[in-house]
Write a protein that binds this ligand. Structure first.
Ligand SMILES: [Zn+2]
Length: 322
C-alpha cells in the first residue's frame, strides 16, 4: 500500500484528472456508498486503519459527487480523486491518473473550475458564472458547528465550502444577484476571487428577506451567524470601509440600520464616519453595543451575547443627551 503522509498536501496535484462518473468509478474500486447529502457520497474511510490504528466505526469520509475530491473528517485524510485511486490500487498518482483516464474524465474546462489556485484564474474580462460554484459543497456539520452556523442559515445566504482546501466560500453578488466572485476564508487562508473583484456595490445577504432593523457587519460569516440565532437582518460590507453604494442599498432595505463594525480602532472609525455622513439621510442609525463582551465582532459571541448586544443597540444622539 502506498503510504500517505499526514503533513502532505491536501489539494490535488496539478495534473490530477477528474473522473467523468464518480459513482461508477467508486463501484469499480469496490467502495460502498453509505449515503449522500446531494453534494457528497459518504463512505467508510479506506485509510483509517492505517492512519489511526482503528477501523472507521462511524464513517465520516466524504467524496464530492462531481469532482471526486475527498476528505475524512475523522482522520483528516483528504485530496484529489487520483490520490484516492492511488491508495485503493496501491499505485502512484501517474498510474491512478491513467486508470481514471481509461474510465473517462471530464474535460479540462471543468478541471479549471475545481478551485485549485494554479488553475482557477479567470481570464481578464471573462465573467465568473454560477458554474464556478458547482464544485463547492454544502458546508459540513463540523465546520458549521465550530462557527455556530445552522445549515438553513448557510443555505439562505448561499454559503458554500471548498472540500479540498477546507475553506468557506462566500459569494459576492451585485445588487441584481449576478455573481461577481467570492471570498475564500479559513483560519490559514483568505482571498478574494478573482483577484481585485469589485465589492463596492455588494452587500452580502442583500437578497435575504428580513423584518426589523438591518445590522451592518464587516465579515460575511457574521450575518450568517446572526441568522443562525434568529436575527434575520444581518448584511456584510466585506470590510470596515463602507462604500456609498453599499449604504444606499442598505437604506433602501431598512428604516433602521444598526452599525456593527468590528470592535477595534478601524471598525469604530468607519462606524463614526458612516454615522456623521448619513445621519440625516433618512434611515435611523444606531450603534451595536458590544457591552462588556470583549468580542472583536459578533461572530465571536455566544447566541445570548448576540441578543443582549443587539437589544442594547443605541442611538448615539440620545446617549449624548443623557
Ligand atoms: Zn479516516
Amino acid at each position: 500500500m502506498l503510504k500517505t503522509s499526514r503533513s502532505g498536501s491536501t489539494a490535488g496535484r496539478r495534473d490530477d484528472l477528474i473522473p467523468g462518473d464518480v459513482p461508477s468509478a467508486l463501484a469499480e474500486l469496490g467502495v460502498e456508498v453509505l449515503g449522500d447529502d446531494g453534494d457528497n457520497f459518504r463512505i467508510r474511510c479506506p485509510a483509517h486503519l492505517e492512519r489511526t490504528g482503528k477501523t472507521d466505526r462511524r464513517p465520516s469520509c466524504y467524496i464530492h459527487i462531481h469532482s471526486g475530491q475527498f476528505i475524512c473528517f475523522s482522520c483528516e485524510w483528504s485530496g484529489s480523486f487520483a490520490r484516492f485511486v492511488a491508495y485503493m490500487q496501491g499505485t502512484d498518482s501517474a498510474h491512478a491518473n491513467s486508470w481514471i483516464a481509461s474510465q473517462g474524465t471530464i474535460g479540462r474546462a471543468l478541471r479549471l473550475l475545481k478551485g485549485d489556485d494554479r488553475h482557477a484564474e479567470v481570464e481578464p474580462g471573462q465573467d465568473v458564472t454560477e458554474a464556478h460554484l458547482v464544485l463547492f459543497t454544502s458546508p459540513p456539520e463540523a465546520a458549521r458547528r465550530r462557527r455556530g452556523l445552522t445549515l438553513e442559515a448557510c443555505e439562505r445566504f448561499g454559503v458554500r465550502w471548498d472540500l479540498a482546501r477546507r475553506c468557506w466560500i462566500l459569494p459576492i453578488r451585485d445588487p441584481d444577484g449576478q455573481l461577481l466572485g467570492w471570498q475564500e476564508k479559513s483560519k490559514r487562508h483568505f482571498r478574494n476571487y478573482p483577484d481585485g473583484v469589485e465589492k463596492g456595490n455588494s452587500l452580502f445577504g442583500a437578497d435575504v428577506a428580513f423584518d426589523g432593523p438591518l445590522v451592518m457587519l464587516e465579515s460575511p460569516l457574521d450575518p450568517v451567524r446572526l441568522y443562525s440565532v434568529g436575527i434575520e437582518g444581518g448584511k456584510a460590507t466585506f470590510g470596515a470601509h463602507v462604500k456609498h453604494a453599499q449604504m444606499g442599498l442598505a437604506m433602501e432595505l431598512a428604516d433602521t440600520i444598526i452599525l456593527a463594525q468590528d470592535n477595534d480602532a478601524a471598525g469604530r472609525t468607519a462606524r463614526n464616519s458612516i454615522y456623521y455622513k448619513y445621519r440625516y439621510k433618512g434611515a435611523a442609525l444606531k450603534f451595536w453595543n458590544y457591552l462588556n463582551t470583549g468580542a472583536k465582532d459578533p461572530g465571536e459571541m455566544t447566541g445570548m451575547e448576540i441578543w443582549d448586544c443587539f437589544d442594547a443597540s443605541y442611538s448615539p444622539i440620545r446617549r449624548k443627551l443623557k
